[in-house]
Design a protein around this ligand. Structure first.
Ligand code: SF4
Length: 440
């Protein structure tokens, strides 16, 4: 069994990344009254596509700007926010996440303008979580106070490593001292509201070095940690370095060992794991990311952003998966011409929605409880779908899955193997759903 890919989840990602099968279910299943309530709220993801330079491992949707077009970008982000919020008809935005790219390259006034646009149109309460991803450079740090002043109340810092040699090798534009100073400043402004991203599975990293580095990091960090496994992506500089033998990556067995040792270390330091890659103490879980994992609606604005919402203003009744145009200049033209840069819209059938709820929900340590599942699937319970399956029984007997009166979830060991178990669960869901459709 393979370990799960611990990919970063906040960069306008698509939860449908691991579409297991090409399931052609187009029949619309009406939403239940309870699930209809889901359409009243959404979270908002805003993508800033620019970076100062390319990290060697990165295949995110990011661009090195040839000129400063921040004014135009800010206007277009505001316009697209207005258009899509209006289309969704949501009355409340529960959280906002500025991701990228490098959103800490923006002027704080850009962030202020986007938040004002949201507040003018819908309810954005003072309690709403507003996160900004920060690259911990001296320039990024110098703006934290102003970001906080305009409404950011949570910082997610791309720490990645405490080793200067590794940071340099990965092409990051900060060193460990910059990162420590940024972290300290962010903690002063938002105590309990600072997350750090740390990367494992880096070139030449050993489990022992990793454990030492993580413990050092946990002595200084705040209440939230996101762990990411460095994955080798085609087309990146790192990929070429590995192909040419310049750089050696740890084996899959070693990265699996690193993940398990990190989970134990984090637990020993009082961090509760609440998702495959995320750990928190003092109730500091990311409310924004939880909204993805619990199947809530989200609106994505900016180049390459993803969204999931019902376009009520057009008379839509079905949730759509929406993707915005990737390339910033093309996206800008589209927003200027028609108010948004939506490139792709796919209506999610009932089975598509259930698949997403399953795939995302199983990432959480608490898994999917019966009540939550019922919200999306009033007619098919978790027990009906999975209780009678021999393959699922095998996973239950091996102690990797748990199906009980709370719901369906992974065990401690199972969570590390989620990637291998999801196909089994998806096949079962598909089979059961097809039978039900045929019977009706
Ligand atoms: S800062 Fe982030 S988005 Fe930009 S190149 Fe590096 S990893 Fe990619």
């Amino acid at each position: 069994m393979r370990t799960y890919m611990f990919r970063k989840a906040s960069c306008g990602f698509s939860p449908g990344l691991r579409r297991f099968s090409d399931l052609k279910v187009t029949e619309h299943v009406p939403e239940s009254p309870a699930s209809a309530r889901l359409t009243e709220q959404a979270s908002l993801y805003v993508h800033w596509p620019y970076c100062l330079r390319r990290c060697t491992y990165c295949n995110f949707n990011k661009y090195i700007p040839k000129e400063n077009n921040e004014d135009i970008m800010a206007k277009c982000l505001q316009r697209e926010t207005e258009t899509l919020l209006q289309l969704s008809q949501v009355s409340c935005i529960t959280s906002v996440f500025f991701g990228g790219g490098t959103p800490s390259l923006t002027h704080p006034s850009t962030i202020a303008k986007i938040l004002e646009t949201v507040s003018k149109q819908v309810n954005l309460s003072d309690e709403a979580e507003v996160t900004l991803e920060v690259n911990p450079t001296p320039v990024g740090m110098s703006k934290l106070k102003d970001y906080h002043r305009v409404g950011v109340n949570r910082f997610s810092i791309g720490f990645q490593s405490l080793q200067d040699k590794d940071l340099k090798g990965l092409g990051r534009d900060h060193n460990s001292l910059d990162a420590l100073q940024t972290l300290a400043e962010a903690r002063k402004l938002c105590p309990g509201g600072v997350s750090v991203d740390i990367m494992f599975g880096r070139p030449n990293q050993t489990t022992e070095l990793w454990s030492r580095e993580l413990s050092e990091m946990l002595r200084v960090c705040d209440d939230h940690v996101s762990l990411y496994q460095l994955t080798l992506e085609r087309g990146t500089q790192l990929f070429k370095q590995v192909q040419s033998g310049q750089v050696t990556m740890p084996t899959e067995e070693i990265t699996a060992e690193m993940y398990q040792s990190a989970r134990t270390t984090l637990q020993q330091h009082g961090f509760q794991q609440y998702e495959v890659s995320n750990f928190a103490k003092n109730n500091s879980e990311s409310r924004h990311n939880l909204s993805y994992w619990t199947g809530k609606q989200y609106v994505g604005v900016g180049p390459g952003a993803h969204g999931r919402f019902v376009p009520l203003a057009e008379g839509g009744v079905t949730r759509e998966a929406r993707t915005q145009t990737l390339e910033p200049n093309v996206w800008i033209r589209e927003v200027q011409q028609r108010g948004h840069g939506t490139r792709r819209r796919i209506q999610l059938g009932h089975l598509d929605l259930l698949e997403e709820v399953l795939v995302m929900g199983m990432r959480m340590t608490k898994g999917i409880n019966h009540k939550h599942w019922q919200l999306f699937s009033p007619e098919l319970s978790l027990l009906e779908i999975f209780g009678g399956s021999l393959d699922v029984q095998e996973l239950l007997q091996k102690g990797l899955l748990i199906l009980d009166d709370r719901g369906l979830r992974c065990s401690w060991d199972g969570l590390a193997l989620l990637d291998s178990m999801l196909p089994v669960l998806l096949v079962e869901l598909d089979r059961f759903f097809s039978q039900k459709l045929a019977a009706n």
